[in-house]
Design a protein around this ligand. Structure first.
Ligand SMILES: Cc1cc2nc3c(=O)[nH]c(=O)nc-3n(C[C@H](O)[C@H](O)[C@H](O)COP(=O)(O)OP(=O)(O)OC[C@H]3O[C@@H](n4cnc5c(N)ncnc54)[C@H](O)[C@@H]3O)c2cc1C
Length: 384
């Protein structure tokens, strides 16, 4: 077994590490405080080829593998989770459905500008009354005179309303199957579709600089050709998309934990109490040792899932395990990082305060901890 990264993986990691340290970290506090979308950082990430990192060059991407992509997300999240989720949602949820299920024409029209970073794209699965039970979607699309007429609401959709957003791909009920169950399909809805509106940005606990909105469809009409993939395969398609997305959310979680560890490590060496740096106290040393152990464990799980995906193997179990574990690690590590900062950790000038708020969504988005356990139990064959 070889744990060395390739030269290309190392180069991408280092590029993202430098970019995150030099460009992202200095802006993180202000972007969070103002809940301001990071347009200039998105433009710079586009310039570095990060918005199309794992897609082939023929579609405007950088042709990197999933391991490199996971490393990139980790490095960005170490500096700012809002910037990292903007990239991760764009790649894993916005662009990859076109790559996985699009026709050549759809790849040309949609994937190329997304991979080049000229536009952002959302993926709308969740609804006000269909979250974990995403198959219970109520948004409907009816085929009339060669157009899909869409009615319904989507909730919590990332990257759906920025000035750069080109549209959102949504799941909608397009009929009923032979057994009377909802037939779900994916539809491409460009931003300028009449009847398609976005709410104002939600006020969130964390990920404040990222863009999250509710979407409404009132007789929104798109051409029949805006069906993405096979009609009725929407459920299967979004489960595939979420498998890949779990690797990036796991990377977000471990990146965040790692960033909090960096802060706590540096603080413990400079903060003095009882005449010495607090890093000399065994209680603090043990916390930092445990934090590092869990981060390392999470990193290995993520890289294994990414490696399996790159090798064309079934990675669903590894991705779910990595996502669940990494989300819980981010909670424990960020909590201890605040503890090591004492009262200062409760102050917004210290990055760990923002990280504490940014952490919680890691245990909710892309399948809650409870849902991950359900997925893992199913993959274990416990329901058979
Ligand atoms: C900031 C943010 C960004 C997001 N971005 C996107 C996006 O881009 N696209 C998108 O489609 N969605 C997005 N989401 C939605 C996210 O994926 C959902 O919030 C998540 O899947 C949970 O759904 P819910 O919020 O409806 O919670 P619910 O499903 O209502 O869950 C509530 C609680 O019940 C538990 N629960 C539910 N079912 C079960 C069960 N069977 N067994 C045990 N416990 C259960 C859950 O684990 C949870 O604890 C985003 C959410 C947020 C907050």
């Amino acid at each position: 077994m070889n744990f060395d990264l390739t030269d290309e993986q190392t180069a991408i990691r280092d590029l993202c590490r430098d970019f995150a340290r030099e460009e992202v970290a200095p802006q993180a506090e202000e972007l969070d405080r103002k809940a301001e979308f990071p347009y200039d950082l998105v433009a710079k990430m586009a310039g570095l080829g990060l918005l199309g990192l794992p897609f082939p060059e023929q579609y405007g991407g950088a042709g990197a593998d999933t391991v490199s992509y996971a490393l990139a997300v980790m490095e960005l999240a170490r500096a700012d989770a809002s910037v990292a989720i903007t990239l991760a949602a764009h790649v894993s949820l916005g662009a990859s459905p076109f790559y996985l299920f699009g026709t050549e024409a759809q790849k040309e029209t949609y994937l190329v500008p997304l991979a080049r970073g000229e536009k952002l794209w959302g993926f709308g699965l969740t609804e006000p009354n269909a979250g974990s039970d995403a198959g219970g979607a109520q948004t409907k699309a009816e085929l009339r005179d060669g157009r899909w007429i869409i009615n319904g609401t989507k909730a919590f959709i990332t990257n759906s309303g920025t000035d750069l957003t080109g549209g959102t791909t949504i799941t909608a009920v397009t009929g009923t199957d032979a057994k009377g169950r909802s037939e779900i399909s994916n539809l491409i809805v460009p931003q300028d579709t009449p009847g398609f509106t976005r709410s104002k940005k939600y006020n969130k606990m964390g990920w404040k600089a990222s863009d999250t909105r509710e979407l409404s469809f009132a007789d929104a009409a798109v051409p029949e050709a805006n069906l993405l993939g096979t009609r009725g395969n929407g459920l299967k398609q979004f489960l595939t998309i979420l498998d890949g997305g779990r690797i990036s959310v796991a990377a977000l979680s471990i990146g965040l934990a790692w960033g909090a560890y960096d802060q706590a490590f540096a603080y413990a060496r400079t903060r003095r109490q009882f005449g010495q740096p607090i890093a000399r106290f065994q209680a603090i040393q043990f916390k930092l040792a445990d934090m590092l152990m869990e981060i390392e464990h999470g990193k290995l799980m993520i890289l294994k899932a990414a490696w399996e995906k790159d090798a064309g193997r079934d990675f669903a179990m590894s991705a779910s395990l990595a996502k669940l574990y990494s989300g819980e690690v981010s909670r424990r590590v960020v909590n201890e990082a605040v503890q090591i900062h004492g009262g200062y950790g409760f102050m917004d000038e210290y990055p760990v305060s923002r990280m504490y708020r940014d952490q919680k969504i890691n245990e909710i988005g892309e399948g809650t901890n409870e849902v991950q356990r359900l997925v893992i139990a199913r993959l274990m064959g416990l329901n058979a």
